[in-house]
Design a protein around this ligand. Sequence first.
Ligand code: HEM
Length: 460
Amino acid sequence: MLSDDEAAYTSYCCLLLALLPLLLIFLRPQLHKNHNVAAPPPPRLPPGPWRLPLIGSLHHLVMKPPVHRTMDDLARRYDAPDVMYLQLGEVPAVVISSRDAAREVLKTHDTVFASRPMSLSMRATAHEGLGIAFSPYGHRWRHLRKICTVELLSAARVRSLRAVREEEAARLVAAVAEELSRHGEPVNVSVRVAAFVADSVLRAIVGERFRRRDEFLEVLEVGLKSIKPGTSLGDMFPSSRLLCAFSSTFQKDREFHRKITELVNCAIEQHEERKATVAADDNTGDKDLMGVVLRIQREGAGPDFHLDNGTLRTVVLTACTNTSIDAKRVHGTCYILGFDIPQGALVLVNAWCMGRDPKYWDQAEEFKPERFEEVNVDFKGTYFEYIPFGAGRRMCPAIAFAEANMVLALASLLYHFDWQLPSGISPSEIDMEEYMGITVRRKRDLYLCPTVRVPPHVTA
Ligand code: HEM
């Protein structure tokens, strides 16, 4: 019996094989044209698995999700421990799997790799305004980045949002205690924590509870699971209109984009209504992130620059997600550890595999948080074997915001409760199967049994 993922990948593989003759017909003129051009000296490409005509390396990736594990496995098998070359249909791709190679991409040459690839659906919606995360490196991105670091996510702003964080952490604890007293059964920790993250972020943005919060959580949940940017046939064969039309993820991405846009617009309306009801001398404007963005929009962010709602939309979305593979696009030819990186190549930094590589970590697969007491490594982008927030000029601008929220939520859960696995389950039996969507997540929710240590009302 195939799982959903396997079934999806099997049909994907079959579709690719079925389309191979069509692809040959469509791409034939292109191939002939290339034959007539005097061949340049062959580039020194990084090692990688063998490739088939037209589909390139895709057959190594199908049927084997999740992709970060498959790429790690391929890099080991094909002796490409630092840099590996793949051909994803028409798109050349390079996978970075070592600290040294990551340093070259994210630090030494980071201006060359400072733009992210845009999927088919992103290109289709780009006219509505790209937020910071997908703006190409340049004038517009620099403006947006400055607004994020100076206005929205600065240390002072994060400090000013302390009351929101504390209230939401207290709600999280109260919700766990209530669920425990009502059912006495294992608590779904994944759902509770996801709600905490979304509520803290939305409150920081809107200034109060978002009235369509449940709908937002639902859309986000479906979106994070079902959308896999850059993996549609249209993304891999961008020159073929036919394949772009076949791309099912394209429709899903567009639908997600439509719903999120509607929800963010509603959040803006809610913010404006609230502002209209508070006293004119109460300057609530700058107490929430939406107020800051709207003020900058009104006052103007600088010459030749218009701040659109896409910024906010992307901040909301990026805020509620994180990633295991960081994707960038090359502008101009570049060399990484002596290998040629072709122009236009997709560069995938496999942060997941570096974070578990026994070369860098003792008992790499063990959950040993105390390991960080012994080694001088942090997550702020200077130790390239550990980059959960990325590194270089495109690294996450919200480390302080995320850290403050995560530490408080975790500390609150540990302070108020003792936690155990549901009876009959040993630590080695915890279901750690992953699911790859926009981000990598647990496939199934985590259920744990709390026992109250300090009753929640003491701090709530
Ligand atoms: C645990 C939580 C989080 C993790 C692990 C995380 C991780 C990341 C990573 C890996 C990137 C890509 C970095 C790169 O390209 O090198 C990123 C980018 C970004 N993150 Fe975060 N993030 C988190 C929370 C947040 C939050 C709460 C916000 C906003 C409130 C946020 C806003 C952004 C933005 C705007 C970008 C794009 C930056 C740019 O392209 O210049 N993130 N994040």
